[in-house]
Design a protein around this ligand. Structure first.
Ligand SMILES: [Fe+2]
Ligand SMILES: [Fe+2]
Length: 291
């Protein structure tokens, strides 16, 4: 069995590991800095023609619902805001860094459907609950299962062993991961987020998405992502195997100051159609943004 330390070292040092493009890191940092203006960020994005085109396509999609045509990055930032810009730039970069071909054991479409669905749900939940930084929630939810993609690509022998083990209906995905690796995809994803220099709150959100009560950096963010993940699985007709049995920890509701345990059920019923249509719009936006 590989040791968790070995896996951590490997995740943080393999050269071929997907790198987040430097420009995306730069934009994420600039958005955090209160002294940075829209036109300063616009200038950085404009140095990359491919990124500029994609940002404009997404900014003009139905998902953001702006009635007039947005033809410059500066204008996109002004009308959509820094938060939306950050979610657009990071999403584009992640999709291009992690997207790989499907094979018999990994369904790329299902993987991204789950990531995007979790992102749009987390975003809406955050807004409804008055959480301040919805861009951060979106990025965290979009990223939360990237450990699975890393496992499939860089620890393929172990990944196949996990798939083999879960054929036994008495073994859950998490148990299989723990017996083969000694860690789970959540921790592995957290190590990648560290390698990408993501802020500690986002690293934690990825690493603790299945154990939200262990969060210390930002329990509210982790709780939101945990809820969005479980909702995305439950609202999906054919959820990805790795999260199919993901358990909902109802104690997170307390952390979000939602005392009524029936609230999640109600939320699912009320929002099912809205969330599914958000998801379709977001998905088509990505398909259209591939240039
Ligand atoms: Fe997960
Ligand atoms: Fe998930």
């Amino acid at each position: 069995m590989l040791s968790p330390d070995f896996i951590r070292d490997k995740v943080q040092t393999i050269i071929q590991l997907p790198a987040l493009p430097a420009i995306a890191e730069e934009v994420v940092e600039m958005v955090e800095n209160p002294k940075v203006s829209a036109s300063m960020i616009g200038k950085v994005i404009s140095t990359d023609q491919g990124l500029t085109t994609k940002v404009l396509k997404i900014a003009n999609s139905a998902f953001y619902g702006f009635p007039k045509k947005i033809s410059t990055v500066d204008f996109a930032i002004i009308v959509l805001g820094f938060d939306a810009l950050r979610e657009i730039v990071v999403s584009i970069s992640l999709v291009s860094a992690l997207q790989k071909k499907s094979d018999a054991t990994f369904d790329v479409k299902k993987f991204w459907d789950h990531a995007i669905f979790s992102g749009v749900i987390a975003r809406r939940l955050a807004r409804d609950l008055g959480y301040r930084v919805s861009g951060e929630v979106f990025v965290g939810a979009l990223l939360h299962d990237m450990g699975i993609s890393i496992l499939h690509q860089y620890f393929n022998t172990e990944y196949r062993k996990i798939i083999e083990l879960v054929q036994d209906p008495n073994i859950t995905w998490r148990q299989a991961e723990e017996s083969v690796l000694g860690v789970t995809h959540a921790e592995i994803g957290g190590w990648l987020a560290e390698r990408w220099n993501f802020p500690p709150t986002l690293v934690e959100a990825v690493a603790k998405h299945h154990t939200p009560l262990d969060a210390v950096e930002n329990p509210e963010l982790v709780s939101l992502i945990h809820c969005a993940d479980v909702l995305a699985v439950r609202l999906s007709d054919d959820p990805a195997e790795f999260d199919r049995e993901a358990e909902f920890n109802p104690d997170v509701l307390q952390r979000l100051q939602l005392d009524d345990p029936m609230l999640m059920e109600g939320y699912m019923t009320t929002y099912r159609n809205i969330l599914q249509s958000d998801m379709r719009q977001f998905e088509s936006m990505f398909t259209n943004a591939k240039v």
